[in-house]
Design a protein around this ligand. Structure first.
Ligand code: ZN
Length: 211
């Protein structure tokens, strides 16, 4: 059975239209209900794709039936999304909303993972002032270069696993730029994976560092 056939077999019994898949699809909308299952262990109820982590709920406007599906299916089948007031969005706006919601889930998940890493560090290092780090990252969504250097160093010391790319650096203020300008090369090397493309360019133009 093809991907589309499998999807039709799953969707038609839950729709008012029982025969024509494209017609039945138009009964369904995505109204903004989305869930992070934390691990990629769910199955898309529409196409049967396994290993889904982010689940999106689509609802049949005529009979109230619901299905949990992957965001890709919503986009590929052109299922409409609604705005927060319940108005149906056009194809392009629907796609934008689905993609925006998915990005939101991914960002939130990263943030949670980051907080868990900080909590783990606080558990093994008494001198680590976790609260100041957490409130800083909550407010600015990133760390200063100096903060992140300290953080990476301590995580390494305690052999706590982390993905450097989950962390973000901010160098918008002069004080933060100065930190980077004065930073030893080996420290910048450590921060490099956390830097954005434009930040990397800035470093190459304003310091002696060569990646
Ligand atoms: Zn699917």
């Amino acid at each position: 059975m093809s991907w589309a056939e499998r999807s039709a077999t799953n969707l038609l019994p839950l729709s008012v239209e029982q025969r024509q898949f494209p017609v039945a699809l138009r009964e369904w909308v995505y109204a903004g209900d989305m869930f992070d299952m934390e691990t990629p262990t769910e199955t898309c109820r529409l196409c049967g794709h396994p290993d889904i982590r982010y689940h999106f709920r689509i609802v049949n406007q005529h009979n109230g039936n619901e299905m949990l599906v992957g965001s890709e299916c919503i986009n590929r089948f052109g299922i409409s999304a609604t705005d927060p007031l319940g108005n149906i969005l056009n194809a392009e706006e629907s796609r934008q909303r689905v993609n925006r919601d998915r990005r939101f889930l991914v960002t939130e998940a990263k943030k949670r993972k980051l907080i868990n890493t900080l909590v783990e560090l606080a558990g093994v290092e008494e001198q680590f002032n976790i609260q100041s780090f957490i409130s800083y990252v909550m407010e600015r969504d990133a760390f200063t270069p100096d903060q992140l250097t300290v953080l990476f160093w301590r995580l390494d010391q305690h052999r706590i696993e982390y993905a450097p790319t989950d962390f973000k650096v901010t160098i918008r203020r002069d004080r933060e730029k100065t930190q980077l300008r004065r930073m030893a090369e080996w420290k910048i090397r450590k921060l490099w994976p956390a830097l954005s493309a434009s930040q990397r360019r800035w470093v190459q133009e304003n310091t002696d560092y060569t990646p």
